[in-house]
Design a protein around this ligand. Structure first.
Ligand SMILES: Nc1ncnc2c1ncn2[C@@H]1O[C@H](COP(=O)(O)OP(=O)(O)OP(=O)(O)O)[C@@H](O)[C@H]1O
Ligand SMILES: [Mg+2]
Length: 283
């Protein structure tokens, strides 16, 4: 079992008039090797949830097991060094976190900080830059000369240079153009398939959930309302509408046809599946 939340609650500014409970008694498991989408409205607790995965936040109540590491309200930061290698988090607008003089130095920063020699760290940085599609010729440039999409890839390479087993992405596509989005999702898919990384992605885009994830976790006002396979999650459009979660576009279209009498052999979640089923019906 890679990750398990056991009755986790988190309250910001506990004991003050500004107290805000952001997670409420969450119990959920995330399997090793899965590609999980974390969905929910703004303010539902998604970013709070993921900050528990490397101990940036510790639960106010309950505990979290990540591989061999147990995190409780009492866990000290110095006990979490190993965990911070194992779980890499790409935060929202991660390009704002770049700061070194060159792209290469930026990517090599974390491994160097965690005890790799200068040459080992640079070697790792070159490998990871290649993996995310950053050309060699960009490595000596300042990260601030790059495009937004390239900067985000540099930030991702910096996280991969720590060689984490679990990669957590907080709305990584926001602000990218359509090509940048597709390219970035392709990189995550490759990391999942080729590098066997466990991936947890926060997204509002149900098409991306349908196209890439295998599991879905949904939060609503700090409570867990779903943790299931993608197929199960999308199997009840009424429930999704009730929770204002929406459907992938192809499924939305299929539901409209269903209301006009079309029957589906399982609701199509993407255009390929929609086309396949329509063609079968037309034959
Ligand atoms: N630093 C903070 N101090 C106090 N309250 C906070 C803090 N960060 C978040 N909150 C509150 O906790 C709740 C959950 O916020 P969180 O950022 O985890 O939601 P989210 O699902 O990531 O939202 P979004 O989709 O907008 O990114 C919200 O009510 C938010 O206002
Ligand atoms: Mg958030």
């Amino acid at each position: 079992m890679a990750i398990e939340f056991k009755h986790v609650s988190y309250t910001y500014q506990a004991g003050t008039p500004f107290e805000q409970q952001a997670l409420d008694d969450i119990s959920v498991k995330i399997k090793d090797g899965s590609f999980t989408a974390l969905v929910g409205h703004t303010g539902s607790g998604k970013s709070t949830f993921i900050q528990h995965l490397n101990g940036l936040l510790k639960p106010t109540a309950g505990e979290i097991q990540i591989n061999d590491q147990l995190i409780t309200p009492q866990t000290k930061n110095k006990e979490l060094d190993d965990l911070r290698h194992q779980v890499g988090i790409l935060f929202q607008f991660s390009e704002n976190q770049l700061f070194e003089e060159t792209v290469l130095k930026d990517i090599a920063f974390a491994p160097k900080n965690f005890g790799k020699s200068e040459s080992e760290a640079e070697e790792l940085a070159r490998t990871k830059a290649k993996l995310v599609g950053i050309d060699d010729q960009l490595l000596e440039r300042s990260p601030f000369e790059l495009s937004g999409g390239q900067m985000r890839r540099v930030a991702l390479a910096g996280i991969l240079a720590m060689e984490p087993q679990i990669l957590v992405l907080d709305e990584p596509l926001i602000g990218l153009d359509p090509v940048g989005k597709r390219e970035t999702m392709r990189i995550f898919k490759q990391l999942h398939e080729n590098e066997k990384m466990t991936i947890l992605i926060v997204t509002h885009n149900m098409d991306d959930v349908a196209d890439y994830a295998d599991q879905v976790i949904a939060l609503e006002r700090g409570k867990l309302i779903a943790a299931q396979s993608k197929q199960e999650f999308f199997s009840d459009p009424q429930w999704l509408y009730q929770h204002h979660l929406g459907l992938p576009r192809a499924a939305e279209f299929a539901v409209q046809l269903m209301q006009k009498g079309t029957q589906w052999d399982g609701l199509p979640l993407n255009v390929d599946e929609l086309a396949r089923q329509l063609v079968t019906k037309l034959k």
